[in-house]
Design a protein around this ligand. Sequence first.
Ligand SMILES: C[S@@+](CC[C@H](N)C(=O)[O-])C[C@H]1O[C@@H](n2cnc3c(N)ncnc32)[C@H](O)[C@@H]1O
Length: 349
Amino acid sequence: MTLSFPKVCIVDIPGKGQGVRALEDIPRGTLIIAETLKVRYPMKRDLITPEAIECLLSFPCAPTDHPIIGRFKHFLPLVGSSDEGHGLFATICKVNHTCPSPLDGPNAAYCWDEPSGKELLHAIHDIHRNEEITVSYIHENSEASQDPLTFLRKHFGFDCSCRGCLRPAAERQHSAKRIKAFYQFDDLVLEVINSKQYAPLSILKDIEKQLLIVCEEGYESLISRFSHNAFQLCALYGDAASASEWEALTRDMGMVYCGEKSKDVQESFGHAKDPSTHPAWGGFTFLGKRKLHGPCKEIVAYCYPPSTLASTLSPEPLVPAPGKLSKGQKKKARAKAKKTEKQPGLEKD
Ligand SMILES: C[S@@+](CC[C@H](N)C(=O)[O-])C[C@H]1O[C@@H](n2cnc3c(N)ncnc32)[C@H](O)[C@@H]1O
């Protein structure tokens, strides 16, 4: 099928119906598709017009589902804030799913760009010509990520056969435990930081441990959230150099996922350049200024891997990108992260 996005085509993918394939090497960080809504479906179902329903019915449906609801589950990313509804996109809605896992993971991510009113699809890894382009349907949702097979069966009506889901049950359960722990940590970390009860270095150590697990488990979409927490911590204690390093990571990972123009990335540019412009700046310096530190080298290596594309002329990737850890780095990261398996253990001041 001829598309208006020259880097990709829609093809049949065995076992998945149709899908999207790369027509050329696509370096990480590239904007692959910026697509206008075909139809918007408001959350209030009674506002959906008969024409919109007709358009929806022209798309295939998960076999077990209600003809309308099934198609919602099947195709429609949220657009705008969660109460604004879903969007139907002719091409982006053809992108299949891969679960984040230590073995595999999606190579692209989509995000809604409010100013242009378009859904953007960015390459989050280098994508090789002919490779299938996939996104994760489940990130940022702890319940789903702890048991992706059940979630996808229930909500999307398919049995996922990505490499992560084909692992033995014990390995999947091990991942589920670690994922649960990092979501619990994510829920608590701001509270812990703001409680002022814990030594900032100890909190930073725990953020790093969780980040290493996030990297190992392939949950790269969470990196910028964790690194922004680390930034805030450093900013609260007035450590500008460390705060800048953490926020540069937030910015660069945000750029990979949402592009340079996204509002969050633009804010990150400012805060990385001058942490004192952030509202948290110096908030806890009455407790004494603290010298903290930026991200450890394993995290940096993960977030800024060299390009894997032979066709990339520049030795530098288009934007710094996440990649898999080497064997040696993984071993070190595992050793560092081991303690966190139980629960983040914060030392009190
Ligand atoms: C957003 S649509 C993707 C396009 C769809 N494959 C098509 O032919 O139109 C989502 C549907 O694609 C199929 N799908 C996506 N990822 C899959 C995967 N990893 N394994 C099997 N089926 C998948 C499922 O039927 C799912 O409900």
